[in-house]
Design a protein around this ligand. Structure first.
Ligand code: NAP
Length: 306
């Protein structure tokens, strides 16, 4: 089986590739900058951009299945003048059209958890829309919806971790009390890889999460406790996402541009509404403390890019 992994340099894509190789899958990696990717044994590297339709036709030739891990939270490097939602939509449309044309049978997409009736942030709404666009094409789509993914280099996890490391006293707004169902990156990867070999996941959407539901205040508390840090969190009624993102930019390596959509999303509860994936891909899910402990053991990237 030959599989294209988009977002191959990212947090999820770069970790999924070795898992697929270990299962005997022929992997083709898509990146906008092949020189930066370098070489990796057994991986065919392809330069391409989801905003450039022609590059996708080449990348998707003779591919059986593809993973879609692209989001547009980074700068508009191509100078398209489009908003991030428009770029998200165009990228997904180009991708599903090219995949259909090349006869790709399946696409697996990792999006965000959230309830569309819940005044979702622009970023989460856009993630949902990408799912709808990808579902509208010829290939059968599997969508996995996840909340915060816990692992070194995950943008939301690193944002919370840097804030906790660097601020003995944290002033935080209402999102502290929002509940979430984070997932350990190893569990997320097990579901992503598992989908490829379980035909019953084809054409379906699943919520994926860890066994624990926690507020962000609890999450920060668990991390601080594991690090042996004493932290004080003072809740304030209002702190605009814009102000929070400037503040995060000052204190952490997360840019204001990336922090803004991440902070916006913290107001939305992210909890699994169904757990059907557990029956199809049984897994002893990693408890939250263990997930954080594992992430703390991993090498930590110095920059967090989107
Ligand atoms: N991280 C989390 O906690 C989390 C939680 C829930 C859901 N998710 C979802 O998981 C997916 C992957 O997230 P991630 O954390 O792995 O993201 P990430 O680390 O920021 O990686 C994003 C990737 O997208 C690629 N990319 C961006 N624009 C592109 C374009 N125009 N054309 C081609 N590639 C492009 C980048 O590759 P190059 O720069 O090499 O081209 C980069 O590798 C996303 O759909 C995200 O919404 C993530």
């Amino acid at each position: 089986m030959r599989v294209l992994v988009t977002g191959a340099t990212g947090f999820i894509g770069s970790r999924l590739i070795p898992e697929l190789l270990a299962k005997g899958v022929a992997v083709r990696a898509l990146t906008r900058n092949a020189a930066r990717y370098g070489t990796a044994a057994g991986v065919e590297v392809m330069q391409g951009d989801v905003l450039d339709r022609a590059s996708l036709s080449t990348a998707l030739k003779k591919v059986d299945a593809a993973y879609y891990f692209v989001h547009s939270m980074s700068k508009d490097t191509r100078g398209t003048g489009l908003s991030f939602e428009e770029r998200d939509r165009l990228g997904a449309q180009n991708f599903v059209d090219a995949a259909g044309e090349q006869g790709v049978k399946r696409i697996v997409y990792l999006g965000g958890l959230g309830d569309e009736n819940d005044a979702l942030s622009k970023h989460l709404l856009s993630r949902m829309e990408v799912g709808r666009v990808l579902a509208s094409g010829q290939p059968a789509l599997t969508t996995l919806h996840a909340a915060l993914i816990i692992g070194a280099g995950g943008s939301s996890f690193e944002m919370l971790r840097y804030l906790t490391d660097r601020l003995p006293v944290m002033i935080a707004p209402k999102w502290l009390e929002t509940r979430s169902q984070p997932i350990a990156v190893r569990d997320c990867l097990a579901y992503l890889a598992g989908c490829l070999f379980e035909d019953r996941t084809s054409g379906h959407t699943f919520d994926i999460g860890g066994p624990d539901i926690v507020t962000y205040r609890q999450l920060i508390g668990i991390y601080a406790q594991l690090r042996g840090l004493k932290r004080f969190i003072i809740g304030v009624p209002v702190l605009t996402p814009r102000l929070s993102s400037y503040w995060i930019n000052l204190v952490t390596p997360v840019s204001a541009e990336l922090a803004r959509p991440l902070v916006d999303g913290l107001k939305n509860e992210m909890i699994c509404h169904e757990q059907e994936i557990l029956a199809l891909l049984p897994l002893a899910r990693t408890p939250i403390r263990e997930a954080i402990r594992l992430a703390m053991k991993e090498p930590r990237p110095k920059t967090i890019r989107a």
